[in-house]
Design a protein around this ligand. Structure first.
Ligand code: NAD
Ligand code: USQ
Length: 405
């Protein structure tokens, strides 16, 4: 298949582009390097020393003979995006190209606005470009489990049967997102459902849980292909942060009681889920939703698992409960359905099998690059970020129009 990966320089996008290329698909990447700029803005860097995208692609070609085409530009720039779709003529577009950090979106008004403009406008542009140029192309869009929040009922995969005053319908599952970032995904989901309904587009909205791990078969081929491992308080996700904290004897930063429960999956399952979605496209007019995670854990359960793994490696892991900088339930019911991708053939990797190899060992290997000043939370959901040490400047989203490399 001809598959275009928007956001292919990022964590999920890079692993996915390589996975699909290795399986013989004709792959292109679109990226404007906004994420590398956001790291510069915050003064943070990934634990793993990722290389410039041009170098990564060159090494991939040398190792495998496979060429991944690169289109450098901003998906919020319609001229650029439509020129790219016209040129590449994809059969599937995988859309990862969004600002994905909840804390980033909660820094202040400007960061909330830039997150929602970047995410909502990018997706809208894509829907219009597909309608105009490639209406049969399958849009695979990364949503998030956080769109649902933590309701006191089971979470279905996208839609719920409702009976009300004696009448029945199947309606989008109620959304209770917990940040301006998560809200941007809800806005995207509504726009996609609408576009599929009125224009007959075909789309899959993948409500993904928190992804962990750096290694996939392809990334492991060469150090130059290494993927991101974010651990700072803004872009670092909880498991990465706990592993890095354990590696330098920093107490694990458990927010509040730690009863917050989320869905998780290994990056190896992310790339496989995307491949399964590509190979089994939605029907014209259909906007289907898959919940893309394999296991659910509370924050406290994760901290305890890491303490046990750390002890096996000779580390002395301590837990530190601290006031939760977010506004979220610290104890709640959580039972989210996630069978549709399994039905398509996903065979999950489990955290208990990969915690040490895929996470702890990477944290230990790059321990010298850990900046401990990036670990404590400064972004607070209730007020503009307290910029004690770092200066958060206004984000500048670069517009690199139309340059086709
Ligand atoms: P990432 O920040 O590592 O990668 C995103 C990529 O998109 C970056 O390379 C960035 O430069 C690019 N990008 C952003 N805005 C762009 C724009 N306007 N034009 C062109 N490129 C742009 O993020 P990730 O962790 O790989 O996440 C990818 C997607 O998956 C996001 O939509 C995210 O919301 C979703 N997701 C991620 C996780 C996770 O745990 N990482 C979980 C659930 C969902
Ligand atoms: N948490 C801690 N301590 C920390 C960091 C986080 O207790 O040091 C807690 C948070 O309060 C939260 C939970 O861990 O309850 C998860 O936080 P996270 O930062 O790992 O994940 P989240 O903000 O939800 O965002 C990540 C990705 C996002 C994706 C989302 C999937 O950054 O792109 O959409 O996971 S989901 O959580 O299913 O919405």
């Amino acid at each position: 298949m001809k598959i275009c990966v928007l956001g292919g320089d990022g964590y999920c996008g890079w692993a996915t582009a390589l996975h699909l290329s290795a399986r013989g698909h004709s792959v292109s990447i679109v990226d404007n390097f906004a994420r590398r700029q956001w790291d510069y803005e915050l003064g943070v860097q990934t634990l793993t020393p990722i290389r410039p995208l041009s170098e990564r692609l060159r090494v991939w070609q040398q190792l495998t003979g496979n060429v991944i085409e690169l289109f450098t530009g901003d998906v919020t720039d319609y001229e650029f995006l439509s020129a790219t779709i016209r040129e590449f003529e994809p059969e599937a577009v995988i859309h990862f190209a969004e600002q994905r950090s909840a804390p980033y979106s909660m820094i202040d008004r400007k960061h909330a606005v830039s997150t929602q403009v970047n995410n909502v406008v990018g997706t809208l542009n894509l829907l219009f470009a597909l309608r105009e140029l490639q209406p049969d192309c399958h849009l695979i869009k990364l949503g998030t489990m956080g769109e649902y929040g933590t309701p006191n009922i089971d979470i279905e995969e996208g839609y719920i049967k409702i009976e009300h005053n004696g009448r029945h319908d199947v309606l989008p599952f109620p959304k209770q997102p917990g940040s301006f970032y998560h809200l941007s995904k809800v806005h995207d989901s509504h726009n996609m459902i609408f576009a599929c309904k009125i224009w007959g587009l075909r789309a899959t909205d993948l409500n993904q849980g928190v992804v962990y791990g750096t290694m996939t078969d392809e990334v492991a081929l060469d150090e130059a292909l290494i993927n991101r491992f974010d651990y700072d308080e803004v872009f670092g996700t909880v498991l990465n942060r706990f592993c890095v904290q354990a590696a330098i004897d920093h107490p694990l930063t458990v927010y509040g009681k730690g009863g917050q429960t989320r869905g998780f999956l290994d990056i190896r399952d992310t790339v496989r889920c995307i491949e399964l979605a590509c190979l089994n496209p939605a029907e014209p007019g259909e906007c289907r939703v898959y919940n893309q995670f394999t296991e659910q854990f509370s924050v406290l359960e994760l901290a305890k698992m890491i303490a046990i793994a750390g002890n096996k490696l000779g580390l002395n892991v301590q837990l530190q409960h601290m006031p939760d900088p977010r506004v979220e339930k610290e104890e709640h019911y959580y039972n989210a359905k996630h069978s549709k991708l399994i039905d398509l053939g996903l065979r999950p990797h489990y955290l208990s099998d990969s915690l040490i190899d895929s996470l702890m060992n990477v944290a230990m290997q790059y321990r010298d690059r850990i900046d401990a000043s990036m670990l404590l939370p400064q972004v607070d959901w209730r007020k503009t970020a307290n910029i004690r040490k770092r200066q958060y400047s206004t984000p500048e989203i670069p517009v690199l129009t139309g340059s086709l490399i």
